[in-house]
Design a protein around this ligand. Structure first.
Ligand code: PLP
Length: 433
């Protein structure tokens, strides 16, 4: 089990170097490339050592549901990128969001979340968590702090937001929200999937827990599902609101997480309770693929941003485009927040409406040749999706409106091809309308 409290990261190392080098540090004669430790279990010479591992007395791996050397290297790399004390990779982004909440909440508890979030997360919060007895109040994150503050209750355990919302592309005012969460004694959880730590590191703005769907830019090639939870190590769990962090855990021989694991209490607890009991583990092969994606993340993100900005500027002037939303555009209402939190670019995703509404949007999409219609976003290939009829189809019109998604919205995920080819494809499809 990786229970080290301090990660072996050079604090002076730049993020680009961490993308390439962090995590796997081969010793003399070791493989140069992170190996896939495709093994469910690990051999020990004595029952005594294995017993100590089970008791979390010594670090080491014993069963891949709990930890594995390939996964550990990728976890350490992502923690180093986000600036956290530890990370836990999961089978998907959904599992990461679910575990991040469940590590804090039990039936009877409450969460405040911004309403403009990923459709899958909305469903998890509004339906599945509710069934489990965890209630979520949705707020408009652009409201004044006093108005958002009214949603907090004595049993609130977290505030949740997305740095750049999928698909409405709002920018969260991270400092404002972190202050609100901390003012109410709860951690601020941020889904940082769209910007990735290359463009924004929410921990630097006060986030306590960062989650990702690594399925998106981190993998970046649409090859493998995955998620990750990163612990900043900054939240104080001993206020009395989170007794399960500072009272003995009977399921682990009375371990007290804050006492034994210090700043890594949250992430160790997520691993040894939730991953042990629920088992949404990432496979070593998936983590190997994810690591390859991470090695070029710092090269891909600027290209995604530059291409998306060029596409947004082009579409903004196009007579067949009714409206366009890209926080990199000067005309965008989130421009000031984007400049503050995402000075190097927001992401490669652009959303817009076609004149003629839902029907014209569908015809436009069917005419594209380079941009593919896929249920995906944030990979190297340009792709397009109509959220109202796919990812968000479970939402009512009123819920769609609240989440900032109009029926004519198409979400274009701009890839890293030559931008002239992307523009030509969009133009020929628009010309056919
Ligand atoms: C895709 C996505 C998720 C869910 O991730 P999966 O890997 O598909 O389970 C969560 N949050 C955001 C912002 C996403 O874009």
């Amino acid at each position: 089990m990786p229970i080290n409290k301090e990660l072996p990261v050079d604090p002076k190392q730049h993020i680009e170097t961490r993308c390439v080098q962090a995590g796997w540090q081969p010793k003399n004669g070791d493989p140069r490339v992170l190996p896939i430790f495709q093994s469910t279990t690990f051999k020990y010479d004595s029952a005594d050592v294995l017993g100590k591992l089970f008791d979390l007395e010594v670090p080491g791996h014993f069963y891949t549901r709990l930890s594995n050397p390939t996964l550990e290297c990728v976890e350490n790399k992502i923690a180093a990128l986000e600036g956290g004390v530890g990370a836990l990779v999961t089978a998907s982004g959904q599992a990461a969001v679910f575990f991040a909440i469940l590590n804090l909440c039990k039936a009877g508890d409450h969460v405040v979340s911004t309403v403009a979030i990923y459709g899958g997360t909305f469903n998890l919060f509004a339906v599945t968590l509710k069934r489990m007895g965890i209630e979520v109040t949705f707020v408009n994150q652009n409201n004044a702090p006093e108005k958002i503050a009214a949603a907090f209750r004595p049993n609130t355990k977290a505030l949740f937001a997305e740095t750049v919302t999928n698909p409405s592309l709002e920018i969260a005012d991270l400092e404002k929200l972190a202050k609100l969460a901390h003012g109410h004694g709860v951690p601020f959880i941020v889904d940082n999937t769209f910007p990735t730590p290359i463009l924004c590191r929410p921990i630097e703005w006060g986030a306590d827990i960062v989650v990702h769907s690594t399925t998106k830019y981190m993998d970046g090639h649409a090859q493998t599902l995955g998620g990750v939870i990163v612990d900043s190590g900054n939240f104080d769990w001993t206020s009395g609101r989170f007794p399960e962090f500072c009272e003995p855990d009977e399921s682990y021989h009375g371990v007290v997480y804050t006492r034994k694991f210090g700043r890594a209490a949250y992430i160790v607890k997520a691993r040894v309770q939730l991953m042990r009991d629920l088992g949404a583990q990432q496979s070593p092969f998936a983590a190997y693929i994810l690591n390859l994606g991470l090695e070029t993340l710092h090269l891909r993100m600027p290209r995604h941003c530059a291409n998306a900005l060029a596409v947004a500027q082009h579409l903004e002037k196009h007579p067949r485009v009714a409206w366009i939303n890209y926080p990199g555009l000067e005309s965008n209402p989130c421009r000031a927040l984007a400049r503050k939190y995402l000075p190097d670019g927001t992401c490669g995703v652009v959303s817009f409406g076609i004149r003629g509404g839902r029907e014209a949007a569908t015809r436009f999409m069917d005419s594209l040749q380079l941009a593919a219609i896929v249920t995906h976003v944030a990979d190297a290939r340009t792709c397009i999706l109509h959220p109202a009829s796919t990812t968000h189809r479970q939402l009512t019109d009123a819920q769609l409106q609240a989440a900032g998604i109009s029926p004519d919205l198409v979400r274009l995920s701009v890839g890293i091809e030559n931008v002239a080819d992307i523009l030509a494809d969009l133009d020929q499809a628009l010309a056919l309308l």
